[in-house]
Design a protein around this ligand. Structure first.
Ligand code: MTE
Ligand code: CO
Length: 390
C-alpha cells in the first residue's frame, strides 16, 4: 500500500486509557458498535404494538442459537409482567386430582435441556402473492432457536393423573389475551416441556416469564407464554386461535385446520438485502439457516443461478431434532449478478418446495405455513433484493 493505514500506525484511544472496571456492567450488553443488531417491526403490518410482531435479525447472527434479547416477539395483548411469587400453574379437567403448582413446586420436578426452534405459522406469510419485504429479518425473522430448561409436561400430567377419556389439553396464558390452544394428548405426553429457562437464564418477560409451554416442531402459536392453566378434555375446544386464525384457507373456500407441524424450510441470511456483498469479485462466504418440525436437516442445497444448478452446502454445528441448523457455501464470486436460493432436505426425506409448487396446491389465500424457497437477486455492486423466479 502507498499510504500508511492509521489503524496500524496510530495509537487508538482504547489503547491509551484504562477501560471500565469489573462491575461497571453488572449485566453485560453488546458493544456500542453492534447497536444496529436489534429486533425490528414493520409499521404497517399491525394496527397497534400490543397485538403485533417484531422480527429476529437473522442476517446478523451466526451459529444456531438466538440470543435472548434478539428473539422475535409476538404478543396478542402486550407483555405480561408476571410476579413469579404470585404465579400458579393449575391442571384441571379430566384428571384424577386437580393440582395447583407454585414456581417452587415446579422446581422439584426433574428437568431436561433441549434446543428447539419456535416459528410463528405466519412467518413468510406476507410473501404468498409475490416478493414483498426486503430482508430476511422481515421475510423469515418470526423464528428463534433457544436451549430450554424445563419439565417434561408428561410428568406434571402424570402427577394429576389423566383420565382415560382425557384426549386433549388446553394450555392457557396469564396475559390479557388469555391465549388458549387445543393440543392432542399424544403430543403433550411426548416431547412438550414446561420451560422456565432459555439459554441458561430465566425466560425473558417477552418470552413468557416465568413459565411457557414448549411444543417442539409445532407452530409458535401453540407455545403458550405466561402459562397459568392446563385443562384436560375429551375433544378440541375450537377456540378463536384455531378457527378464525391459524387455519389455511384454500382456493376452493375450504380451510385446512390443525396444521400444527412446521415443514422444512431454509433461508440464506448472508448475502441478503440487509447484508450486501461488500467486496468486489473473489472469495465470498454464503451462509444461512434451515429447520424442520419433523426432525433434523441432513442436507441443504444452494444455487447461484436461480435453480439451474444446485450444489450441496456445508452443514456446521450441532444437529438437534427440531432445531435450527447452520449451513455455509464458500464460492468465488465473478462479480456477475446472482440469483441465490437454498433448499432444505429433512431427515424424513422431505424436500423444501418452490413457492409455485406451494401455490399450485394451496392457492394464494393462505397466510400461514409458507415454507417456499426464497430468492435473493444480487447485482454487480453486491446489493441484494427480494425477488421471485418462475
Ligand atoms: N402466548 C400467550 N399467552 N400470548 C400470546 O400472545 N403468542 C403466540 C405464542 N404464545 C402468544 C402466546 C404466538 S402467535 C407465537 S408465534 C409465539 O407465542 C411467539 O413467541 P415469542 O414471543 O417467544 O417469539
Ligand atoms: Co405466531
Amino acid at each position: 500500500a502507498q499510504t500508511a493505514d492509521p489503524a496500524i500506525t496510530e495509537l487508538q484511544p482504547w489503547m491509551q486509557y484504562l477501560g471500565d472496571g469489573v462491575d461497571a456492567r453488572p449485566y453485560g450488553t453488546p458493544s456500542q458498535y453492534e447497536a444496529h443488531v436489534i429486533r425490528r417491526n414493520v409499521d404497517w403490518l399491525t394496527a397497534d404494538p400490543v397485538s403485533s410482531v417484531n422480527f429476529t435479525p437473522l442476517h446478523e447472527l451466526d451459529g444456531i442459537i438466538t440470543p435472548n434479547g434478539l428473539c422475535f416477539e409476538r404478543h396478542h395483548a402486550g407483555i405480561a409482567e408476571v410476579d413469579p411469587a404470585a404465579h400458579r400453574l393449575m391442571i384441571n379437567g379430566l384428571v384424577d386430582k386437580p393440582l395447583v403448582f407454585t414456581m417452587q413446586d415446579l422446581m422439584r420436578f426433574p428437568r431436561e435441556n433441549r434446543v428447539y426452534f419456535l416459528e410463528c405459522a405466519a412467518n413468510s406469510g406476507m410473501e404468498w402473492a409475490g416478493a414483498q419485504l426486503n430482508g430476511c429479518q422481515y421475510t423469515h425473522g418470526m423464528i428463534h432457536n433457544v436451549m430450554y430448561t424445563g419439565i417434561p409436561l408428561r410428568l406434571l400430567l402424570d402427577e394429576a393423573g389423566v383420565k382415560t377419556n382425557g384426549k386433549w389439553i388446553m394450555p392457557e396464558g396469564a396475559d390479557a389475551s388469555a391465549m388458549t390452544r387445543s393440543i392432542p394428548i399424544e403430543k403433550a405426553m411426548d416431547d412438550c416441556l414446561v420451560a422456565f429457562k432459555m439459554n441458561g437464564e430465566a425466560l425473558r418477560p417477552e418470552q413468557g416469564y416465568p413459565v411457557r409451554l414448549v411444543v417442539p416442531g409445532w407452530e409458535g402459536n401453540m407455545w403458550i407464554k405466561w402459562l397459568r392453566r392446563i385443562e384436560v378434555g375429551d375433544q378440541p375446544w375450537h377456540h378463536r386461535e384455531e378457527t378464525s386464525k391459524y387455519t389455511d384457507l384454500l382456493d376452493n373456500g375450504i380451510a385446512r385446520r390443525f396444521t400444527w407441524e412446521m415443514d422444512a424450510k431454509s433461508v440464506i441470511t448472508n448475502p441478503s438485502p440487509q447484508t450486501p456483498i461488500l467486496h468486489s469479485k473473489g472469495p465470498t462466504v454464503l451462509t444461512g439457516v434451515a429447520w424442520s418440525g419433523r426432525g433434523t436437516i441432513p442436507r441443504v442445497d444452494v444455487t447461484l443461478d436461480g435453480g439451474k444448478n444446485w450444489q450441496e452446502a456445508r452443514m456446521s454445528g450441532p444437529s438437534f431434532d427440531k432445531s435450527m441448523h447452520r449451513f455455509y457455501f464458500e464460492f468465488d464470486w465473478d462479480g456477475e449478478p446472482l440469483l441465490l436460493q437454498s433448499r432444505a432436505h429433512d431427515s424424513t426425506g422431505y424436500v423444501q418446495p418452490t413457492k409455485n409448487d406451494l401455490r399450485a396446491i394451496r392457492g394464494e389465500n393462505s397466510i400461514y405455513h409458507n415454507n417456499g424457497i426464497q430468492t435473493w437477486h444480487v447485482n454487480e455492486r453486491g446489493e441484494a433484493e427480494n425477488v421471485e423466479v418462475s
